[in-house]
Every structure is written in C-alpha cells, then in structure tokens.
Design a protein around this ligand. Structure first.
Ligand SMILES: NC(=O)c1ccc[n+]([C@@H]2O[C@H](COP(=O)([O-])OP(=O)(O)OC[C@H]3O[C@@H](n4cnc5c(N)ncnc54)[C@H](OP(=O)(O)O)[C@@H]3O)[C@@H](O)[C@H]2O)c1
Length: 284
C-alpha cells in the first residue's frame, strides 16, 4: 500500500509519517510542498505519487484564531478536504481525514459516540464539520477520524503549555470543568495505521480512552514527570478565550471492532517515559 500524508509538518502528520513508513512506502508533504486548498496542486500530487490512500492531517488548528480568520479556517478545514475528496475519488484512491471533538457542543452527560449529533460552538468546529460533510459526499471510500486533545513531544499542545507553566515556580491553576479525551499522538498514529488496513469506511472516534478533566490530565502529567509544582483546580471561566469550547467533549466509539486506544493515563506514562529518556540521552 502506498500512502500520501498531507499536513506532514504538523504534530500528527509527523507522527503518522514516522509510524507508517516502517511498514510501507509513505510520501509526507508539508504545507510548502502541497497546499490542500489548491485543486491543481492536489491533482498534480495525486498524479505524481498515485497513492492507494491519502491521509489528510492538514488543518487550520488555531481554535481562537479561527474566530477572527474564518476564511482561512474554511479554506484549510472545509474547502481543502472537499478538494481532496473529489480528487481522490476521481483518482480511485481512498481518503482518511482527521476531524475533532469540537464538532460537539459539550452539553451531553457522558462520552460522545459516532451516533451523536454534532453542534459546534466555534468557527473552528463549524469549518471542521463542514469539511467532514464534503468528504462524506465526495468520496464514498472515506474514513473520518474524530480525535481530541492531542499531545506529543516536541510539539505545540496543551501538555507543552502545562510544562512551560510548571517552570514558573508558582502554583498552576487548571480548569477542572472542561472534560475531554487526552490522546498521545503516537498511539493515534498506530490506530490510524490499523484502521486503513480495513474496509470500515465511515466516521470513527479514536482518542485516549477514559476521559479526564484538564486538571486531572495536568496532575497526572506532572506526577509522571516528577514535577513538584502544585496544581490547583480552577474553572474554565477564569481563562477567557475568543472561541467557546465544549465543557465535555469526551469521545467514545460505537464501532465493535474499532482500533481502540489505551486508557489516557497510559498515554501520559508513555509520553513521560519517552521525554525523560530523551532528556537523559548523552548529547553528542
Ligand atoms: N491538536 C489537537 O489537540 C487536535 C484535537 C482534535 C483534532 N485535531 C485535528 O487533528 C489534525 C492534526 O492536527 P495537528 O494537531 O497535527 O495540527 P498542526 O500541528 O497545527 O498541524 C496542521 C498542519 O497543517 C498545515 N496546514 C494548514 N493549512 C494547510 C493547507 N492549506 N495545506 C496544507 N497544509 C496546511 C499546517 O501548516 P502551518 O503550520 O504552516 O500552518 C500544519 O503543519 C487536524 O485535522 C486537527 O483538526 C487536533
């Protein structure tokens, strides 16, 4: 199987290329090599590389920035996936595109599965949901993978922000009333690798299992890394942001044979193990 990964310069794109190229030929194209909102560029890349499957990890992911730059968010999150779906269908390739827990409004008690009705709160969520709809309409051989709260090292993510806060030698305050599914990116890359071997087309929720508040996540992260900075439970309204975020966006799956992920705490443990190992590596 030959795989083309778009958005290969991002947090998930990098991990996907690193994981998938152990098993088959993978071409990773970052934004400078392929802008997914250019139909001509997408057509050319598909003609050149002829992948069996295109995995789209490209997106406009600045959730607050999308509120003031809706056109840029729409270009990457809606128009781009639509072009990829149309062009992969014409080329006879499968398409996997990545979406988000932020398609939900957070009003449900308990985790969201694939049968729950999306109702985004933010421009980011609206543009991602519209991108899903493009893909559903334009390439029947699609996988839509909704995931959540991604973290890896190195990488710009909530875990990284929490580690920077710990450096300040003051108590760190983290919202306890925002709940989601922390997802260790290499675990997600492995699960996507398993999903694309199947014919289980459609929408899948793939995220760290269990569910945690941001406060619980940071407390676990510090504990695993031996960070002694105290963490206090705060309320989300203490941290005003441009975009509204769901209070609960924990994801679960209704698929029986879903490529499930380990409990989120195992993701944090693995993140910490790799980070400590990298820090202890002798510099050459
Ligand atoms: N991060 C999370 O917590 C999270 C949670 C749920 C779902 N997701 C979804 O997971 C996927 C991967 O996210 P991520 O965290 O890896 O995001 P990321 O680190 O921001 O990576 C996205 C990449 O897409 C690139 N890009 C933006 N517009 C593009 C375009 N028009 N053509 C080609 N590339 C473009 C970006 O390049 P530039 O940096 O140059 O703009 C960036 O390298 C996205 O679909 C996102 O919506 C993420």
């Amino acid at each position: 199987m030959k795989i083309l990964v778009t958005g290969a310069g991002g947090l998930l794109g990098r991990a996907l290329v690193a994981h998938l190229e152990r098993g088959c030929p993978v071409i990773g194209l970052d934004r400078s090599a392929l802008d997914i909102s250019s139909k001509a560029a997408v057509r050319e890349a598909l003609g050149l590389h002829q992948p069996d499957i295109l995995i789209n990890a490209a997106a406009f992911t600045d959730v607050d920035g999308a509120e003031t730059q809706p056109d840029a968010a729409r270009k990457a999150n809606t128009i781009g996936p639509g072009i990829l779906a149309e062009q992969t269908c014409t080329a006879g390739s499968r398409l996997l595109t990545v979406s988000t827990d932020y398609v939900f409004d957070g009003n449900k008690e308990g985790p969201y599965d694939e049968n729950d009705i999306p109702s985004p709160l933010s421009v980011y969520g609206h543009t991602k949901l519209a991108g899903e709809e493009e893909v559903r309409h334009l390439n029947p051989k699609h996988f839509i993978v909704r995931t959540a709260w991604l973290y890896d090292s190195p990488g710009k993510c909530f875990a990284q922000t929490a580690l920077e806060l710990a450096g300040g030698n003051r108590e760190v305050r983290i919202a306890g009333d925002q709940r989601g599914s922390p997802t260790f990116v290499p675990h997600l890359a492995e699960a996507i690798g398993r999903l694309i071997l199947s014919d289980d087309f459609g929408t899948h929720h793939i995220a760290g299992s269990g569910g945690a508040s941001r406060f619980e996540f940071v407390r676990e992260l510090y504990c695993r890394l031996g960070i002694e900075t105290p963490v206090a439970e705060a309320q989300a309204r203490e941290f005003p942001s441009a975009a509204a975020r769901p209070a609960n966006s924990e994801l679960a799956t209704a698929w029986q044979d879903a490529p499930g992920l380990p409990p989120w705490r195992e993701g944090v443990a693995e993140f910490a193990r790799r980070k400590l190992a990298a820090e202890n590596e002798p510099s050459s």
